[in-house]
Design a protein around this ligand. Sequence first.
Ligand code: C2E
Ligand code: MG
Ligand code: MG
Ligand code: MG
Length: 276
Amino acid sequence: QAKVQGRNIYRFFTEAMGQAAQRHLNLARRLREALDHGGFALHYQPQIDIASGRIAGCEALLRWNDPEEGLVPPGRFIAFAEESGLIVQIGEWALRTACRQARQWADAGLPPLHVSVNLSARQLWQADLPERIGAILEATGLPPQSLELELTESMIMGHEPQAVEQLGLLRRMGLRLAIDDFGTGYSSLSYLKNLPIEVLKIDQSFVRNIPQDRNDREIVAGIIALARKLNLAVTAEGVETPAQLAFLAEQGCDSYQGYLFSRPLPAAEFEKLLAR
Ligand code: C2E
Ligand code: MG
Ligand code: MG
Ligand code: MG
């Protein structure tokens, strides 16, 4: 009896594991196919300079147009792409596409803007990342000053000496570096003074409940004050209401992105917004 039960349990687990492995293989295959056959797209979300009200830049956000499932948001596949290593190729595709697009907009005579691209941990720690980015800038003709890379605190924590070196190389090439989702990671403020960062992006979880929530108000005001003291620019993410924007403006926040101004848009629609 015990033996039979044991065998059933064993079969249950191997089948469950088999199914998970199968799902992963299937996902990996579909992501590779998307890479090879134009299944990825970037959507662009404007970043607004609060003082002038102008579009100062945009963030490029990855979208996967899966033949089976339709438009899949990055939250559903980035973690898997990171684990499986596919993120390196996908991320490089995103960098190249964003740089080419920004160069096209500049060539079309649209107002100058920078483009921000999210970098994954695996990309950051590639020894030849600076060369790869240099090659993309050269091929697309985008000036390095027009490219901003977004990194998160958790990518850096625990590897600070290496980060100082790698980010230093990127900074000396002329790129701008931003800390994304600031305040949600495992914040050690000491790294801020050692790294060549230009921008802090306040995570949307702190923005969501301002100005009603007293704690969030203090946190946001504190991050903006810290950024000013350290001579960093500060961008707020996830701004959805005029009241949120008013509070950020009053605190001296430099720029924002969020549904209040626009959702991330396909390139052609973003271009119309720029041309207005
Ligand atoms: P993120 O870099 O923090 O991007 C901001 C996210 O907030 C985006 O979600 C954006 O669509 C969303 N958002 C913008 N404004 C608002 C708003 O007003 N309200 C709300 N509720 N949300 C807003 P998205 O596009 O789903 O991207 C999710 C995450 O996926 C990104 O977070 C980033 O970490 C990652 N990601 C996106 N593209 C790439 C990429 O090319 N490479 C890598 N490694 N990661 C990427
Ligand atoms: Mg980002
Ligand atoms: Mg963010
Ligand atoms: Mg994020």
